[in-house]
Structure formats: structure tokens, C-alpha cells
Design a protein around this ligand. Structure first.
Ligand code: FAD
Ligand code: NAI
Length: 476
């Protein structure tokens, strides 16, 4: 057997690569992890999940003080924004967490190689002109912003930005146009709306949040519009011109694909929209360029992703792939679980990720979360039963003045097995964990309905929605 430098080498230290590397080292493998960034943690820790949540959390406090939510509870304050401090706590959160990964690498004896990795052969990568060999190489290179032709991002100027630029704006723009009503657009659009920007969302489809349950998408649009976001659905951007400190977009009705269920707010002809800031958030694409995949004869599929089998093996022996660079939702926890599983396969164990039970959360106010099938997808597969329960009838949500949203439980009409759960609620992201656990154990709606839930909690709404699948909830 060839004498390799490492048993396994991960390219990329995002949630896929760093978690996989730590797990591999815990299992006794000689492990290395290469990343081109100065700090570990990939997109998620450096410019994604963590800094966006730091800004969402801080701006939520500002909004609660500014929009009267706190006054309603007898706390009267007039907030004053200190944006540099808000940014400083974001930078601090990122700093602490990325350093935490470096500490864990040291503790677990993972070798951290700083630099850009490219393949020499299936067991060798070059980093800064030096070759490193491994019995197995795992591509965990993640994804980057999908560019929009004609709309050139310049984060340094802060006028046309992507998600990274939108995290760091030096001043609150008076007006902001978000191109793409998906997760990033709504999260970062919410941050700047809360801090005072007039936000317009331009979305190609006739509903926000593609991939989510239809009722959730409609309710989300209603809530965001009420919060003051202007939603231009079924609308496409055809050009962008930056002049001075403003950008002017030309937009027109989209003739493209439609979900068939939402309102069209396009006016029927081309218009222009001028704003202090434009956020381009139309999706992300896998990072495969610069890896020299040609050297190992590995070609991405038509969507730019690396295809894998159930053991995360690519078509090239010795090379596996995980995370955003492979098919599936581009989510940190999905990448992490794949990191653990791939390490277990490489160590000779069995590593399982149940891809049918991957929760997704949008960290807006209220939060939006789901796991499993949408009602539309479940109904297309067979007979279903659906139970819904409004947060307005949940005692904790009502007491906290958080009446927006609902929980929906979708179950198989014959077996009663839960196929999907969707929530809009202030703490939907925390609530959805219970649904994921239940589905992982093959729960029926009856199991959830008869599970004792602490009172008063928002999670009782999941129990009541499960009761609604089979008959009637109590509090309606
Ligand atoms: P990444 O985290 O993208 O890491 C890949 C790493 O590989 C990068 O550090 C990159 O520098 C490195 N790399 C690439 N090519 C090479 C090379 N050739 N050599 C060396 N290094 C290389 N997901 C959630 O689940 N929850 C959230 O709240 C959330 N919020 C987000 C907010 C924003 C603004 C963004 C942009 C994304 C968010 N995501 C969130 C998505 C999440 O960040 C990704 O799904 C996750 O980071 C994917 O992990 P990964 O390990 O596959 O890749
Ligand atoms: P997205 O796929 O969520 O949304 C992109 C939106 O842009 C879609 O609604 C799409 O219809 C629209 N769009 C595409 N082309 C357009 C065009 N030309 N004009 C107008 N609209 C257009 O992608 P987003 O928001 O960029 O996020 C990328 C990924 O990052 C997501 O897949 C998500 O998984 C991940 N992410 C996850 C978060 C979380 O879990 N809370 C937070 C942020 C990102």
C-alpha cells in the first residue's frame, strides 16, 4: 500500500470539511484540512450563517424597541443605532467561533494547511507549490454567490453588493432593492429594513421562498409586506446602472416559470427602480473551479455539482465530496452531517445521513421553518391528512404578543406517519427540531399529539396541529 502523508485530506474547512476533519481525527485517522481563507469555518462561520445571525439578532432588538413591540410590554425606550458597535459584535462572534475551530483542530490533531488546493492526481493535492498525499481526499469546497449578468457586484463600494457586502454596510441605506426573494434576500433585507431602510424585494417567481410549503410562502409574503417590505413578485431585473452613490435597475414582468398560486404585482411594462443599495441574492453555485478536476477526470454535472453515491464517493476512486458542492439543500447542518458520515465511511464504519429529514429555517421575524415534504409534494405522492394550528391560539405566543403564523403537520392518510411539518412562529427554528426528531423515529401524528409538551411553550402548537390531523385541537 502506498505511503500517504495522511489517511484523509479535506479540501475546504466549512461546516462540511471542518466537522468531517474533526470526526476523522476522533476516529484515529491522520487528517488534514486545507482552506484558502485565513480563518477556518468556511462560508458559514466567516460570511454566512454566523455573521448574518449576529446582525439579525441585534437588529431584532432595535426593531422591537423602535416598532412599539417593547412599549406594548411596558418598556418604553427610544433606540439609538450605533452601527459600528453592531458590526463589532458581529465581527467578535465570527472571530471567537473561527478561533474555536482552530482550537478544536489543535486538540484533535488535525493538520491545518493554509492555501488553495488543486488536484495533481486522485491522491495528491498541491497547496502553495507543495504536494500533499492522502489515501482519501474529500472535496468540501462549498459554494459562492451566483452572479446576475448585467448587475456587477462591488462590495467595496457598498452600492451593488452580494451577501458578504450586505453584512458589512457602513451606513443604513435609505432605500435598498433586494434581487431574489429567497432566504438571503429576506434575512438580510430584514436586517436593513429593521434598521431603517425602505426595502423592495424583486422576485422572479410569483411567490417568495421557492421550495417551501405553499401556505407558508403566502403567509410569509403577507407578513413581510405588513412589515413594510415592498414585494415585486413575477418581476425580473434586466439591467443595472450605477451613477454616483445610487444604482438604477430596470425591471419588467417575468414571463418565466410560475408557481401558479401567487399574485402578480408586475405592472406589465418596463420600469426603473433607483436605490442606495442593491443586494444580489439569486442563489449560490458550487465551487469546483480552480480544483483542477481535469487532472483526475472528474466532471461536474449540468448544475455544476459533483455527483456522489450513498457513501459520498465520486466517480474517481479515492475522491469523495460533501456539502454545498454536491446535490441537495445548501445548508450548514446538512454539510456537517455529511462531514461526520463521510469520515465514518473512510474509517471503515457506516455513515448515514437521512436526506429526507433535513430541516430548513429562515431566521426572519417571525422565523419560518420546515422539514420533510411540502403539502403539494406530499399530495402528489398519495393521500394525506393535514392539521393546522394558528400561533394566535397558542398561549405563550399570545402572551408574548407574537400572534403571527401557524404550524402545519402533514401525515400519510393511511399510515398516519408524519411526512412534513411547517411553521411560522417567533421561535420556529427551535420548534422544528422536535418535528425532525419525530420524523427520524418514524412518528405518526398520533405519537406527537399524545406526547406531553411543556406548558406554556410555542411547541404546544405542534402538538395541537398534530391533534388537528386526526380530529380537533383543544384550543380552537
Ligand atoms: P463552505 O462553508 O462554503 O466552505 C467551503 C470552504 O472551502 C471555504 O472556506 C472556501 O474558502 C474553501 N475552498 C474552496 N475551494 C478551495 C480550494 N480549492 N482550496 C482550498 N480551499 C477551498 N446555512 C444554514 O444552514 N443556516 C444558516 O443560517 C445559513 N445562513 C447563511 C447566510 C449566508 C449569508 C450565506 C451566504 C449562507 C448561509 N447558509 C446557511 C449556507 C451555509 O453557509 C452553507 O450551506 C455551508 O457553509 C456549506 O458548507 P460547506 O462546508 O459545504 O462549504
Ligand atoms: P435562494 O435560492 O434561497 O433564493 C434565490 C431567489 O432568487 C429565488 O426566490 C429565485 O426565484 C430568485 N431569483 C433567481 N433569479 C432571479 C432573477 N434573475 N431575478 C429575480 N429573482 C431571481 O438563494 P439565496 O437566497 O441566494 O441563498 C442561497 C443559499 O444559501 C440558499 O440555497 C440557502 O440554502 C442558503 N442559505 C441558507 C440560510 C438559512 O438556512 N437560514 C440563510 C442564507 C442562505
Amino acid at each position: 500500500m502506498a505511503d500517504y502523508d495522511f489517511d484523509v485530506l479535506f479540501i475546504g474547512s466549512g461546516p462540511g470539511g471542518y466537522v468531517g476533519a474533526i470526526r476523522a481525527a476522533q476516529l484515529g485517522l491522520r487528517t488534514a484540512c486545507v482552506d484558502a481563507r485565513e480563518t477556518l469555518g468556511g462560508t458559514c462561520l466567516n460570511v454566512g450563517c454566523i455573521p448574518s445571525k449576529a446582525m439579525l439578532h441585534a437588529s431584532e432588538y432595535f426593531d422591537a424597541a423602535a416598532n412599539g413591540a417593547m412599549a406594548k410590554m411596558g418598556v418604553e425606550v427610544t433606540p439609538k443605532l450605533n452601527l459600528p458597535s453592531m458590526h463589532a459584535q458581529r465581527v467578535d462572534a465570527v472571530d471567537q467561533l473561527t478561533k474555536g475551530i482552530a482550537f478544536l483542530f489543535k486538540k484533535n490533531k488535525v493538520t491545518w494547511l493554509k492555501g488553495h488546493a488543486s488536484f495533481v492526481d486522485a491522491h495528491t493535492v498541491a497547496v502553495n507549490g507543495q504536494n500533499h498525499t492522502a489515501r482519501e481526499i474529500v472535496i468540501a469546497t462549498g459554494s459562492s454567490v451566483t452572479p446576475l449578468p448585467g448587475v456587477e457586484v462591488d462590495n467595496a463600494k457598498g452600492i451593488v453588493v452580494d451577501s458578504t457586502g450586505a453584512l458589512e454596510l457602513a451606513a443604513v441605506p435609505k432605500t435598498m432593492v433586494v434581487i431574489g426573494g429567497g432566504v438571503i434576500g429576506l434575512e438580510l433585507g430584514s436586517v436593513w429594513r429593521r434598521l431603517g431602510a425602505k426595502v423592495t424585494v424583486v422576485e422572479y417567481l410569483d411567490q417568495l421562498l421557492p421550495g417551501m410549503d405553499g401556505d407558508i410562502r403566502k403567509e410569509a409574503a403577507r407578513i413581510f409586506a405588513r412589515q413594510g417590505m415592498e414585494l415585486r413578485l413575477s418581476t425580473k431585473v434586466t439591467g443595472c446602472k450605477v451613477s454616483g452613490k445610487k444604482a438604477t435597475l430596470t425591471i419588467e414582468p417575468a414571463a418565466g416559470p410560475s408557481t401558479g398560486s401567487g399574485p402578480s404585482t408586475g405592472s406589465g411594462q418596463a420600469e426603473s427602480l433607483t436605490a442606495d443599495c442593491v443586494l444580489v441574492s439569486i442563489g449560490r453555485r458550487p465551487n469546483t473551479q480552480g480544483l483542477n478536476l481535469e487532472a483526475i477526470g472528474l466532471a461536474p454535472n449540468a448544475r455544476g455539482q459533483i455527483e456522489i453515491d450513498g457513501q459520498f464517493r465520486t466517480s474517481v476512486p479515492g475522491v469523495r465530496a460533501i456539502g454545498d458542492v454536491v446535490p441537495g439543500p445548501m445548508l450548514a447542518h446538512k454539510a456537517e452531517d455529511e462531514g461526520i458520515a463521510v469520515a465514518e465511511w473512510i474509517a471503515g464504519q457506516i455513515g448515514i445521513v437521512n436526506h429526507t429529514v433535513i430541516p430548513g429555517v429562515v431566521y426572519t421575524w417571525p422565523e419560518i421553518a420546515g422539514v420533510g415534504l411540502t403539502e403539494e409534494a406530499a399530495a402528489a405522492k398519495g393521500a394525506i391528512k393535514v392539521g393546522k394550528f394558528p400561533m394566535a391560539a397558542n398561549s405563550r405566543a399570545k402572551t408574548n404578543h407574537e400572534p403571527d403564523g401557524f404550524v402545519k403537520v402533514i401525515a400519510d392518510a393511511t399510515t398516519d406517519r408524519v411526512l412534513g411539518v411547517w411553521c411560522i412562529a417567533s421561535v420556529a427554528g427551535t420548534m422544528i427540531a422536535e418535528a425532525a426528531l419525530g420524523m427520524e423515529f418514524g412518528a405518526t401524528s398520533e405519537d406527537i399529539a399524545y406526547t406531553c409538551h411543556a406548558h406554556p411553550t410555542h411547541s404546544e402548537a405542534i402538538k395541537e396541529a398534530a391533534m388537528a390531523v386526526r380530529g380537533k385541537p383543544i384550543h380552537m
